[in-house]
Write a protein that binds this ligand. Structure first.
Ligand SMILES: Cc1cc2nc3c(=O)[nH]c(=O)nc-3n(C[C@H](O)[C@H](O)[C@H](O)COP(=O)(O)OP(=O)(O)OC[C@H]3O[C@@H](n4cnc5c(N)ncnc54)[C@H](O)[C@@H]3O)c2cc1C
Length: 378
């Protein structure tokens, strides 16, 4: 990515070292201390124009290249995403509003994301609509000049802390289930919205149920065209999938292993070190697949098949590297701060890796999307 990106990476590493405590493992929890770290760090990045560098200046960016944005993303994920929940606003909420929002929606929503002030959640999945998202039942029914939304979402990350929800609801029934779906941008502090946390391995309140009981929305809350939300959803998911740069996290942990083990590294079984080296190659492969999607996005193109290919590679990497790292961590010395931290980071990585092939669309669905793209089917 060139000298500018190297300099940028140096600056970001310096900021992480200065402002993110070494024990920060908070990308997926809502521990108040981690949340405060993430909020503060987003403000620090925003002040330096590093939160959304590739956005146009009028929306709070500085018109930098998508490759600089990619460098930011990689450095953040390597450091366990100190932007916390706000990575979602930067990665897919903002770009989607930029592509499909009205002038008023862009002015209203983009600058607060670029200033690092706002958390969004994604209201797509439902108890009976995950992989088969188009079968969702949350409905918006016409009422006067607007709609009333009722229904239930589930697995909604960050819903307890989000101020806004990117909500998908049914507004009509067409010939195909994918027709008649509409995206609404809705506030989470409305009394008609109730959030109930769900316990999970990734932290007590990472996942949630969200209930909508006659939430009133208007034309101004619709993103894009009424009944035409499905195409936007495909774009959202492509942006989201490539925005999760887990290969950077895997590479960071793998690279740290020989240093933490010291002399013990040479005593590891040769077979384990071969698996470790293979994982580093996998990191490179996932990175290159991500770069292909980024290059397409730079040309204004979004191809779900390419995003799926990346997602398959990176989620497999998450799981396979977690197993290798757990085996290596078993040989880490019991004493010492660096060893303790490495073990904690590896355990955290291993916990996350189980969700990796489900979150943001299961790996089976990614394989179907890739196959369809390769076969030229819609
Ligand atoms: C950590 C995490 C965070 C998440 N955050 C959010 C969020 O913020 N917002 C949100 O809306 N959702 C979120 N989700 C939900 C996620 O998008 C869904 O879990 C995912 O789409 C799968 O849906 P499901 O859980 O209903 O499983 P199902 O769709 O019921 O799938 C169950 C199993 O069947 C397989 N399967 C399903 N259909 C097929 C098929 N046609 N062919 C082959 N196999 C198939 C799947 O691969 C899976 O193994 C999150 C999930 C996780 C794990």
């Amino acid at each position: 990515m060139g000298a500018a990106a190297t300099e940028l990476r140096g600056e970001l590493r310096g900021l992480v070292a200065q402002h993110v405590p070494p024990e920060y493992l908070g990308a997926f929890t809502d521990d108040p201390a981690d949340l405060e770290t993430a909020q503060e760090f987003c403000r620090i990045l925003a002040e330096r124009g590093l939160l959304c560098p590739a956005w146009p200046e009028e929306y709070g960016g500085r018109g930098a290249s998508v490759w600089e944005q990619t460098a930011v993303r990689e450095e953040m994920w390597a450091a366990h995403e100190p932007r916390g929940a706000q990575y979602m606003g930067v990665n897919w909420v903002g770009p989607t509003i930029m592509r499909h929002g009205t002038g008023e929606q862009r002015r209203r929503h983009l600058p607060p994301i670029a200033r690092g002030e706002v958390i969004w959640c994604q209201g797509f999945s439902e108890p009976d609509a995950g992989s088969d998202l188009a079968s969702l039942r949350t409905a918006a029914r016409r009422d006067g000049g607007g709609w009333l939304v009722s229904g239930q979402k589930v697995w909604t990350s960050y819903a307890t802390m989000a101020q806004w929800c990117f909500l998908l609801a049914r507004t009509s029934r067409g010939e195909r289930r994918q027709q008649g779906l509409t995206i609404f941008l809705v506030p989470m502090d409305d009394p008609a919205v109730e959030v109930r946390p769900l316990g999970c391995l990734m932290g007590p309140h990472h996942l949630n149920e969200v209930f909508f009981d006659d939430l009133r929305v208007t034309e101004a809350d619709v993103l894009g065209t009424v009944d035409q939300g499905w195409k936007v959803v495909q774009e959202v998911l492509a942006f989201e999938r490539v925005g999760i740069a887990r290969y950077a996290r895997c590479e960071h942990l793998l690279q740290a292993a020989p240093e933490v083990l010291g002399d013990a590294w040479e005593r590891l079984p040769g077979e384990l070190r071969v698996r470790w080296a293979r994982m580093l190659v996998h990191c490179r492969r996932a990175r290159l697949l991500a770069y292909r999607v980024v290059a397409l996005q730079d040309e204004g193109r979004v191809r779900p098949g390419d995003a799926a290919a990346y997602r398959i590679a990176v989620t497999r990497l998450d799981q396979e590297s977690a197993e290798v790292l757990m085996d290596i961590a078993a040989s880490v010395p019991r004493e010492g701060e660096a060893a303790r931290r490495f073990r904690a980071e590896v355990a955290d990585h291993w916990r996350y890796s189980h969700a990796s092939t489900v979150a943001s669309g299961s790996i089976d669905v990614q394989r179907i999307l890739l196959a369809r793209a390769l076969l030229g089917a819609s």
